[in-house]
Design a protein around this ligand. Structure first.
Ligand code: CA
Length: 220
């Protein structure tokens, strides 16, 4: 899952980016409101973590602009403890959730997972597909009850495909899901991970749609 982090405080930004990456998210970080708008115009994000007090353009204006363009990406806003009116305004302008600074990184990651679940229309915290079960919170996976050893990027790739069963994701779209800006992308990386996932899951699980990309068929 690819997240956009918008935060001008360097210490907060660095620790949030690091923490969310450790939780398996690809995280792009920008430090002002205009850079956030540019990133949102050019990139596809699964969720935005948005500080409200930002240079160049206020977070509330970034949020309003996003919703005015009918972009429905989940947005979690970060606000100060005493800023109740900010939180109310943020939620009323289209934010989906908020956290009060200072916050715990584990709580942030849990809220992010909850929003991603809701976006995908899932009430259940575990992702299931037939015999395959993924736990996005712990990164544990099992097939027919047997634990599967998956690398962080294998897990991320599988999670991206399982998030939208039946949808074909191109190699570029999959790379976007598993790498943030500045992370070294090796060539053929998606093919390599798909190959290794097929060995672990069985060859028919991930389908190759020739010239387009990869998909996991919808069940039933
Ligand atoms: Ca700020």
């Amino acid at each position: 899952m690819r997240l956009l982090l918008v935060e001008d405080d360097l210490m907060v930004g660095e620790s949030v980016q690091k923490g969310l990456r450790q939780d398996g998210f690809a995280v792009d970080w920008v430090q002002d409101g205009e850079a956030a708008e540019l990133a949102l115009e050019n990139g596809v994000y699964d969720l935005v973590v948005l500080d409200l007090g930002l240079p160049r353009k206020d977070g509330i204006d970034v949020l309003s602009g996003l919703r005015a363009k009918e972009n429905s990406v989940p947005v979690l806003i970060l606000t100060a403890r005493d800023a109740v009116p900010d939180r109310v305004r943020g939620l009323d302008r289209g934010a989906d959730d908020y956290l009060i600074k200072p916050f715990d990184l584990d709580e942030l990651a849990a809220r992010v997972r909850a929003l991603l679940r809701r976006r995908a229309g899932r009430a259940e915290p575990l992702m299931r597909h037939g015999d395959l079960v993924l736990n996005p919170a712990t990164h544990e996976a099992s097939l027919a009850g047997t634990p599967l050893a998956l690398s962080a990027r294998e897990f991320a790739l599988l999670e991206a495909l399982l998030d939208r069963p039946g949808a074909v994701l191109s190699r570029a779209q999959l790379e976007e899901r598993i790498y943030g800006w500045g992370e070294e992308i090796e060539s053929n990386t998606v093919e390599v991970y798909v190959h290794s996932l097929r060995k672990k899951l069985g060859t028919g699980f991930i389908r190759n749609v020739r010239g387009v990309g990869y998909m996991i068929p919808r069940r039933g």
